[in-house]
Ligand binder design. Structure first.
Ligand code: ARG
Length: 569
């Protein structure tokens, strides 16, 4: 497909002697279509060229010249140079590309097999998989798929919280009262109860706390009893987590959690010691980060046990050596911003190549708030993710029962819509914003929602079915798609890859999510304004083909977000 942006960048670069690559980055797709198809903000050059943007724009306009026929006109508006592409050039490019690529439209090998590790989801064993972990899971999964689509080799890592002193407590609790709790049936609920009970006892009785610490020590020394119990807790918890992953259809390439690093932390400690970076502080061993204006990073606690940070440092060493990553991403809530800043700083001392330490990226996201108030309380009545997902499915089932009671495969479809609604809602805003969890809003079939996007997709399917055929590309008269509504849709499809690239670069799936709503809305206007089944056979063919193209893009885009499309609803 012809890259108009690149053609424009080439020409500007020719007459300014500036790097084509930089110019390319500056060129925007204006949100107001009156401002052209592409726009070059000349103030970006004002400094280098020592001229006012308006003058730069005028000069560029005078000197710019396009050999090919695709440029309709170039205009100067307030220091912007706006480019208008010939409609026909858009139409031909897009439809031919759809015909060539089909389900691979927009796919790229720009990543060239570069390795990206993505640490996401990462719930804690024996604790509820709560709605906060939903965001990490959903955002991480979308980033994984988007990068994979762009030709990167992604490694999805579930860095399970399966280690730490709390397991000493859990073992002690289980030792004392295990028989009273049915942990096989309801592992996480029951283990949580045990945990709360033993924790309370620890507060009353110092010797119990001592026992717990002892258990953790034994666990570290691989004592059979403790190890077996730990394994049992882990296995039962994972089984429960797996139900959530199955519902969300999320997979991982590695399940190496914190415990995996238990025998790999000594290297971190050794290196830091050798470099005399480990300083005693109130009985603990820390790396001082005051020069970086951060509190110290605790490597060993007062009681000699290692920390979450130490395990993360060992994980950086391991991931660098094992995957030789080009980038290493971590998706967690913004509560952990400081933690990652600290460990990324300390990682610079671990004798790793800068290729690794310069490419550690934390991807923070905001909290989820229920429309009716807070999501969880200290007392532990947290809303469980599995219940939430099942509620979405049952709410959709009810709606479907009213709207379309005779639908086949109702359950399967309700699942795709319900889960899709939750995922979409989670991805629709810039990730750092707190998310409002509001059932009515996210399940509104006419809103800016997953169900709406799915509904439009199903619409394209039923239109094609009604037509009963798909015309060959060589039969399409491209002139038939030059009306305002068709063109708007075509231009959106043209921009698809750029949108995917932007989502990847900024680690922001919302850019793609918003785009899909925009495309759906443009398509909706297109078929409201244009009769698709038409007496004019050529017109009908062209419109059917465009409908087919929209269906393809919606499906690719939804799948990149981790959302399944139903064929009927
Ligand atoms: N288990 C942690 C939590 O639930 C998240 C782990 C994130 N990953 C990491 N490498 N620290 O908060």
């Amino acid at each position: 497909m012809v890259d108009f942006k690149q053609k424009i960048a080439q020409q500007i670069s020719k007459i300014t002697n500036l790097q084509e690559k930089d110019i390319y980055e500056y060129i925007e797709v204006p949100s107001d279509e009156k401002m052209g198809d592409f726009s070059f903000p000349c103030f970006k050059l004002a400094k280098e060229l020592k001229k006012a943007p308006q003058m730069i724009a005028e000069d560029l306009k005078k000197n710019i010249h396009f050999e090919e026929q695709f440029m309709q006109k170039v205009e100067v508006v307030n220091g912007y140079l706006n480019f208008y592409i010939e409609p026909k050039a858009y139409i031909v490019n897009v439809l031919k590309e759809i015909d060539n690529q089909k389900e691979n439209y927009g796919k790229s090998d720009i990543g060239n097999g570069k390795v990206i590790t993505i640490d996401y989801s990462s719930p804690n064993i024996a604790k509820p998989f709560h709605i906060g972990h939903l965001r990490s899971t959903v955002i991480g999964n979308a980033i994984y798929k988007i990068y994979q689509f762009l030709g990167y080799k992604c490694v999805g890592i579930n860095h399970l919280g399966d280690y730490g002193t709390q397991f000493g407590k859990l073992i002690e609790g289980y030792k004392r009262w295990g028989k009273e709790y049915n942990i096989e049936e309801n592992p996480i609920d029951e283990l949580t109860k045990i945990y709360i009970r033993i924790n309370n006892l620890c507060k009353e009785d110092e010797t119990v706390l001592e026992e717990c610490r002892n258990n953790f020590k034994k666990l570290e020394e691989k004592d059979t009893y403790c190890l077996n119990l730990w394994e049992k807790f882990r296995e039962l918890s994972l089984k429960e987590f797996q139900r959530v992953y199955d519902l969300l259809q999320v997979n991982f390439d590695s399940w190496n959690g914190e415990a995996f690093y238990s025998d790999k932390m000594s290297e971190v400690v050794e290196i830091l010691k050798e470099k005399q970076l480990l300083k005693p502080s109130e009985g603990a061993m820390v790396v001082d980060l005051s020069e970086k204006n951060m509190p110290p990073c605790i490597i060993e606690k007062t009681n000699g046990s290692t920390t979450y940070a130490t395990r993360d440092l060992a994980a950086i060493l391991y991931r660098a050596r094992t995957y030789k990553f080009d980038k290493s991403l971590y998706v967690t809530s913004y509560e952990q911003i400081l933690h990652f800043k600290q460990i990324f700083e300390v990682a610079k001392y671990l004798n790793l190549d800068e290729k690794y330490t310069n490419n550690l990226v934390h991807i923070p996201f905001g909290m989820i708030q229920l429309k009716s108030g807070k999501m969880s309380t200290r007392e532990g009545n947290i809303i469980k993710l599995e219940d939430l997902l099942n509620e979405a499915i049952s709410r959709v089932s009810k709606i479907m029962e009213e709207k379309n009671p005779n639908l086949e495969n109702k359950e399967e479809i309700a699942k795709k819509i319900g889960i899709g609604a939750i995922i979409f809602n989670d991805l629709y805003n810039s990730r750092i914003k707190d998310e409002i969890f509001d059932w009515d809003a996210m399940l509104n079939f006419n809103g800016e929602t997953g169900p709406y996007m799915q509904y439009i997709y199903v619409r394209t399917k039923s239109l094609l079915e009604k037509a009963g055929y798909l015309p060959e590309i060589k039969e399409i008269d491209f002139e038939k798609l030059t009306d305002e509504y068709s063109l708007r849709v075509i231009k959106k499809i043209y921009n698809f890859q750029d949108i995917v690239l932007q989502s990847a670069e900024k680690y922001e799936p919302y850019i793609l999510a918003r785009y899909l709503i925009n495309l759906s809305q443009s398509f909706s206007s297109f078929y409201n304004e244009n009769k698709i089944i038409n007496e004019d056979k050529n017109l009908q063919d062209a419109r059917i083909y465009l409908t087919y193209a929209v269906g393809i893009i919606l499906k690719i885009g939804a799948e990149l977000l981790g959302i399944q499309m139903p064929n009927k609803m």
